[in-house]
Design a protein around this ligand. Structure first.
Ligand code: ADP
Ligand code: MG
Length: 728
């Protein structure tokens, strides 16, 4: 008997829901472990409070004296909560979060000690950057990097550590993390959008970008997961035959949440509440043991931090509930994978959501301005947007008939399509009074009504307008939302900047009124962006053909998709909007290509190991049993021998064939890997991994999965899909 697997199954069957207590109301514990506005008011002097608020709201620099006050108060607050250590918390380009704890504790001579935390420790630290990916930046310059306090994201306590959100940059100033470019992009979109808002309301001083992510994940029994080297090392199953039952009965989605999972969620949500992560929604997802968690949307930088923090906490809480959480985009073949919809909008400091239709024709014109500019931006930079969601793991999901295709398109619904069609017919130049009235009454004025019944939601669209926000659905579940959010906000910022120039030109040079000029520019934008609008089935083959005709990119693999990040257009865009220098853009590209190579390389090694050292020996063992059996049959039967041993002989042969194919393919894969490893150029190396190494995974898997169906269940070493997916 396969001891490990059966031992694990036995253990998993006795797993009980871990009790959780929720003594206090969620609203009472919300943000309790966050140095938020509330705690700052309590702990900071008036000056310090004003300084930090100015930094948060208007990006003003915090001077040293204020930083000293803030750090001292932060320390007092943290000590009052039993905290012993502090850390700069950041998001390097590894895709996880990083922290290095230091104690507040310091000796002051004569055997005495105090707790100390000064402004300089709050503001800046110098972790060794050489162990984080830098895409060649550190070769060119210096190994050192530093982290710098981001006052716009509040410090928080996790366990007994005070965590201070920071950016992470090379000693020479280049960004080495997700946060730095994001902050720059948010500043760019704020500037450009605020300028455009002034056409409609002079009082607008700031535009904020919001993000509401929806995190999908799988919860697998921890003991069962531990029996699978592929899950442990790659986060997904590299082989395993589908269970007889998958998701075909649609009986999991929105079903009652299994109690072990529910208790996990409750504890996770409590942790989130304490950390000020406003989680609100939880439900079963489509696949068995798949779930979703979503918060109330927040300012984008904070939302990105919260999602990174959440992914970390999810794993820790899971362990206490004897679960392993799988964030991978495609942990199991044949059933749905996981994504992370990014709901995005822009809003003003006067409280207006710029992507929500308003009550008056003028506010609707403002809505249409932002709506159409966003569409135009996506149209122009569709390939770049696609590149932001490219990763080895998301490749399994995009276009796999469950998630959006690798083609970016925008869905806006029937009603808004009609509105755009009408706007397309607006007269060139000055408008007659009748036309203006007609537009105001019947086109622009009608939007709120039509939107209310605009309920059709196209789930196959990667970028859909859903009433008061755009939903970027192609983002992967393991992704740091920082990258897609950086690019989305940058392309919209650039587009709004161009829009302002064009409108001003019509006003200044052609003598058009403001609204006439806006209508004129929007009309041209609609014409220019048509190819990106698509209302049909994004999964269909017809769309793939149509998209090609329209000249939309369809980059199915990460190595191909990533190239858009270093196209001339993209580099110029990032530089113009001061989001990333060319050095930074290229470095990031290199890091991502390398990460792709590593992922496929690791998967290849793990698969080769499992196939050769777990599957083949098991198959041989079973085959030997069959051979013994056949020998025995031969002893007791004479003429009838051929007939009674027919199936066994057939099985023996089949097993041999599969074993041979596995060995041949593993050898082939190892050779291809060796060849790929010898390639110096990372781009070519990634291509080799993608097109020469990775396709062999499927061949190896096919034969292993066939063996799973043939070999005695009692000796099969790998925990099976049905056990992983249906143990609750
Ligand atoms: P679903 O897409 O699953 O139907 P919802 O549309 O209700 O769910 O919301 C999903 C996410 O969108 C939530 O995180 C929610 O907070 C967020 N969201 C709602 N309105 C906005 C907005 N104006 N800007 C950004 N995110 C938003
Ligand atoms: Mg959604």
């Amino acid at each position: 008997m396969s001891t490990l697997r059966f031992h694990a199954i036995k253990k998993s069957l006795s797993a009980k829901p871990v009790p959780v207590e929720e003594k206090e109301r969620r609203s009472d514990i919300f943000g309790k472990n966050v140095f938020n506005e509330n705690s700052m008011r309590q702990y900071l002097t008036k000056d310090a409070f004003a300084g930090v608020m100015n930094a948060i709201q208007y990006g003003k620099k915090i001077d040293r004296a204020i930083a000293d006050q803030v750090s001292s108060s932060m320390k007092d607050w943290a000590l009052s909560k039993g905290v012993t250590h502090y850390t700069h918390w950041f998001q390097p380009l590894t895709g996880t979060t990083a922290e290095k704890h230091d104690a507040f504790f310091e000796t002051i001579g004569d055997g005495m000690a105090i707790e100390k935390f000064g402004g300089s420790q709050l503001v800046q630290q110098e972790p060794d950057a050489s162990s984080f990916p830098s895409g060649g930046i550190r070769n060119t310059f210096e190994a050192r990097g530093y982290t710098a306090w981001d006052p716009t994201s509040p410090a928080f306590i996790y366990g007994t550590t005070l965590c201070i959100p920071t950016i992470f940059v090379a000693y020479t100033g280049e960004a080495l993390d997700y946060k730095t470019p994001l902050l720059r992009a948010l500043q760019a979109v704020d500037g450009a959008a605020t300028a455009v808002c002034k056409y409609f309301d002079k009082n607008v001083k700031k535009v904020t970008s919001s993000l509401g992510w929806e995190q999908e994940y799988f919860l697998i029994d921890k003991t069962l997961a531990a029996t699978r080297p592929d899950i442990a090392l790659t986060g997904r199953t590299l082989l395993g035959h589908s269970a007889a039952k998958g998701q075909q009965l649609d009986d999991h989605y929105f079903g009652s949440i299994p109690s072990r999972a529910l208790n996990y969620m409750r504890e996770l949500e409590t942790e989130c509440m304490l950390l000020g992560i406003p989680v609100k929604t939880r439900h079963n997802e489509v696949a068995p043991n798949q779930f979703e968690l979503a918060p109330i949307f927040e300012e984008a930088n904070l939302a990105v931090d919260h999602n990174s923090l959440l992914m970390d906490i999810m794993g820790r809480v899971a362990s206490r509930h004897n679960f392993k959480v799988l964030l991978h985009e495609k942990p199991f073949a044949g059933i749905n994978g996981s994504g992370k919809h990014n709901n995005w909008s822009l809003s003003t400091d006067t409280g207006v959501n710029l992507l929500a239709p308003g009550k008056t024709p003028m506010s609707n014109l403002q809505f249409l301005t932002f709506f159409i500019n966003t569409i135009k931006a996506v149209n122009k930079h569709e390939a770049l947007l696609r590149a932001t969601i490219a990763s080895a793991s998301n490749d399994h999901r995009l276009g796999a008939n469950e998630a959006p295709p690798a083609i970016i398109s925008v869905f806006i619904g029937e009603q808004l399509t009609k509105v755009l069609e009408e706007l397309e017919g607006v007269t060139k130049g000055k408008l007659s009074p009748q036309e203006k009235t007609e537009l105001k009454l019947n086109v622009v004025g009608k939007i709120p009504d039509v939107l209310l019944d605009n309920t059709d939601r196209n789930r196959t669209s990667p970028f859909a307008f859903t009433g008061n926000k755009f939903e970027f659905r192609a983002v992967g579940s393991t992704a740091n939302c920082g990258d897609p959010m950086t690019v989305l906000n940058t392309i919209v910022a650039k587009q709004l900047k161009d829009f302002k120039v064009e409108v001003d030109k019509l006003i200044d040079e052609k003598g058009l009124k403001k609204d006439e000029a806006i209508f004129n520019v929007l009309r041209e934008y609609i014409k220019a962006s048509k190819r990106i609008l698509f209302e049909g089935n994004g999964y269909s083959e017809a769309w793939e053909k149509e998209a090609e005709k329209r000249g939309l990119s369809n980059n199915k693999t990460t190595p191909d998709a990533l190239k858009a990040k270093i196209s001339k257009d993209s580099m110029a865009l990032f530089e113009e909007m001061q989001v990333m220098s060319n050095i930074e853009t290229k470095a990031r590209y290199e890091i991502e290509v390398e990460a792709y190579i590593m992922h496929i390389q690791i998967e290849g090694r793990v698969l080769g190991d499992i196939a050769r050292n777990h599957i083949v020996p098991t198959a041989v063992r079973y085959q030997n049993t069959l051979i013994e059996n056949v020998k025995g049959l031969k002893e007791i039967f004479d003429e009838k021998f051929k007939e009674v041993s027919k199936e066994q002989l057939n099985l023996i042969e089949q097993i041999s064939n599969h074993i041979e194919s596995i060995n041949a393919n593993v050898t082939k894969m190892i050779n291809e890997r060796k060849k790929a490893n010898a390639i110096q150029d990372v781009e070519k190396k990634a291509q080799a991994y993608c097109f020469n190494v990775k396709p062999l995974f499927e061949d190896i898997r096919y034969h292993c999965d066939k063996l799973e169906l043939l070999v005695d269940d009692e000796i099969w070493p790998l925990t099976k899909y049905r056990e992983l997916l249906f143990t609750r």
